[in-house]
Design a protein around this ligand. Structure first.
Ligand code: URA
Length: 196
């Protein structure tokens, strides 16, 4: 099966998911969007109001900022993949609960297995904690790390502040843009390491 049909099948299964209570309170499941062959997988927290209304991740103010940053490194959102640790909007945009993240995890794991990204970029604390527990985002943002994911193997992670948190905070915004600009170099380094 091609990556595209594999992902389409997974998306159809996700759209029918009722495994946790979040589905009852939201409009629709937001599986993810982008290229099934993406080198970079961006993982945010959970859909907000606009994402819940459209079914597309990162289309609100934070999403516009993400698009802007992708533009700075000459990428379009169609060339990467964008997903969330929780596929359904939490009520009033509250933080996703650990049990909701855990229930949604098999979907994200399947997305990672199909896309096989060279780099996973976590956006915000909740996404970071899912893969790099025990770290502080203020200490590891902007640093690439190799870690094992159960069922996937070694994977390179890069932690960024969440675009929504950085949007109206001048110094965090500067830091996020600076970290974001390092992504092409990290991808290049991963490519070189693969050749050796
Ligand atoms: N914030 C997220 O973490 N994900 C989205 O899809 C939108 C906003």
């Amino acid at each position: 099966m091609s990556n595209q049909s594999h992902l389409e099948k997974l998306n159809a299964e996700m759209l029918a998911c009722t495994k946790c209570a979040l589905r009852k309170g939201c409009t629709q499941v937001v599986p993810g969007a982008g290229s099934e062959d993406a080198k970079i997988l961006f993982i945010g927290e959970a859909p907000g109001q606009k994402e819940d209304a459209t079914g597309v991740p990162f289309v609100g103010a934070a999403g516009k900022f993400l698009d802007e940053m992708l533009g700075i490194i000459s990428l379009k959102r169609e060339e990467v993949y964008i997903a969330n640790v929780c596929k359904c909007r939490p009520p009033s945009n509250r933080d996703p609960l650990p049990e909701e993240i855990a229930t949604c995890w098999p979907w994200l794991l399947e997305q990672i297995k199909i896309i096989k990204p060279k780099l996973i970029v976590t956006l915000g604390r909740h996404s970071m904690e899912r893969f790099l527990p025990g770290f502080k985002i203020s200490e590891i943002h902007g640093k690439a790390m190799r870690r094992e994911i159960e069922g996937v193997g070694r994977q390179v992670f890069y932690t960024l502040y969440h675009p929504a948190a950085a949007l109206y905070n001048g110094s965090m915004r500067e830091t996020l843009i600076k970290d974001f600009k390092r992504i092409p170099k990290i991808i290049k380094k991963i490519g070189q390491e693969e050749k050796n």
